[in-house]
Write a protein that binds this ligand. Structure first.
Ligand SMILES: Nc1ncnc2c1ncn2[C@@H]1O[C@H](COP(=O)(O)OP(=O)(O)OP(=O)(O)O)[C@@H](O)[C@H]1O
Ligand SMILES: [Mg+2]
Length: 399
């Protein structure tokens, strides 16, 4: 069974590592076997826990282990053998018509490999709770779309690999002096892609896995968190809480009075924007969050109303209703304005574009004969209506 898995993300410096460590300590204190892992090469998780961590889980307290995933090690274990081959494929993209975008190693690829640890932890079956201190928002977002690209690649390209390689080989040798690797490397790629898809499935298990957005009550930070929230919904990941960290308490007095007022306004906006997702809060402490006592103070504040490991919200952002001649797909897409969404259906694939982000959804086979006939945005959601193909006008719908 997938352990209760909580991923913390948010803009740089908002308190992700602190809140992740505080959550893990609280879960462990409740008697749950907990591992907290970080992929940040700056080793801040070890500093916060005041422990020296390694690439494998290290015990740091009763029921609590911590792990500083080594991106480099994960890269070498999963990727080194295929890197050369991918480079070759890229250089021959004119031949095989695969765009560079799909095959370039994206920045943050190392983070992706680090997240494969989630799959390892699931298979180990040792943990009740896995807490992940993720990279800042931008990086994480790029990673989220990769398994869908990988699935596309596996289904569309991989079955034809021999033909593609045969076509590419003479060009590779004659023009680029690239030696294309053989079957063994391709099998390794195949295994990797399947691993990534499995990880994606783990992340989408909304009964066990959720993401929490950490933010501060500042304009720029909140705006970025809202964008992240939209994309998480688009990818089908569950956000079960937002954490507003570093709120000035009343004790700050007159000197910070104006700041406090502005923060209170922002807090109200956060409540409205993310509702019905619960908003957890932590004050700006007089000292940095480091060591067991401070972490537990932070944990007490954030989880004053509930258990840290609880699934605090369980709304699934995609819903599909299929009738005899009509079907309706509803996607929760908070903050998306009219005009930002474009749809296209090719076979069973529905492509939704929101502000330059693309999501390819595989519709259930029951919708094979349906075509999108309209889409509307309302109540923070996108509703796509389908009609049986014979009745529908052709092709794409635009909002
Ligand atoms: N509620 C708080 N009160 C006071 N200081 C805090 C609070 N939360 C976090 N801090 C401090 O703010 C700094 C940044 O916190 P942290 O390292 O947890 O952020 P982060 O989001 O993980 O940063 P990065 O993006 O660099 O990984 C740290 O020095 C931490 O001790
Ligand atoms: Mg951090």
């Amino acid at each position: 069974m997938i352990p209760r898995t909580i991923l913390y993300t948010g803009k740089g410096g908002v308190g992700k590592t602190s809140v992740a460590a505080a959550t893990a300590r609280r879960c462990a204190a409740a008697g749950l076997r907990t591992v907290v892992l970080s992929t940040d090469p700056a080793h801040s998780l070890g500093d916060v826990l005041e422990a020296s961590l390694g690439a494998e889980p290290t015990p740091v307290a009763e029921h609590l282990w911590a792990q500083q995933v080594s991106a480099q090690e994960e890269m070498e274990r999963n990727w080194a053998a295929v890197q050369e081959w991918l480079g070759g494929m890229l250089m021959e993209r004119g031949v095989n018509r695969i765009s560079a975008e799909e095959l370039t190693v994206p920045p943050g690829m190392d983070e992706l490999f680090s997240l494969l640890q989630l799959k390892a932890h699931q298979e180990a079956g040792e943990w009740d709770v896995v807490v992940v201190d993720c990279a800042p928002t931008g990086e994480t977002l790029r990673l989220l779309s990769f398994p869908e690209v990988a699935r596309w690649w596996l289904e569309k390209v991989f079955p034809q690999r021999n033909r593609l390689l045969d076509a590419a080989r003479p060009f590779a040798r004659a023009l680029l002096d690239v030696q294309l690797p053989g079957e063994a490397v391709l099998d390794e790629v195949n295994r990797l892609v399947r691993n990534l898809i499995a990880m994606h499935e783990i992340l989408r298990d909304t009964s066990r896995v959720s993401i929490r957005l950490v933010m501060n009550p500042d304009r720029v930070v909140i705006d970025e968190a809202r964008r992240t929230f939209t994309y998480l919904n688009l990818y089908g990941y569950l956000t079960d809480a937002v954490v507003v960290n570093r709120i000035f308490p009343a004790e700050v007095g007159a000197y910070f009075g104006a700041w406090r007022e502005r923060q209170q306004t922002h807090l109200r906006e956060v409540e409205e924007a993310f509702a019905p997702v619960p908003v957890l809060r932590a004050p700006y402490f007089e000292t940095e969050v480091r060591g067991a006592a401070m972490l537990d103070r932070l944990g007490d504040a954030v989880f004053s109303t509930g258990r840290a490991e609880a699934l605090l919200h369980d709304r699934v952002s995609e819903r599909l209703e299929v009738g005899e001649h009509e079907a309706t797909l509803h996607l929760d897409l908070p903050f998306v304005q009219r005009g930002d969404v474009a749809l296209k259906q090719i076979g069973l694939e529905l492509i939704v574009r929101v502000d330059g982000q693309k999501r390819t959804m595989l519709l259930p086979p029951g919708l094979a004969d349906f075509r999108p006939v309209g889409a509307s945005l309302c109540d923070g959601g996108l509703t796509v209506r389908f009609t049986a193909a014979a009745r529908a006008p052709q092709e794409a719908a635009r909002v």
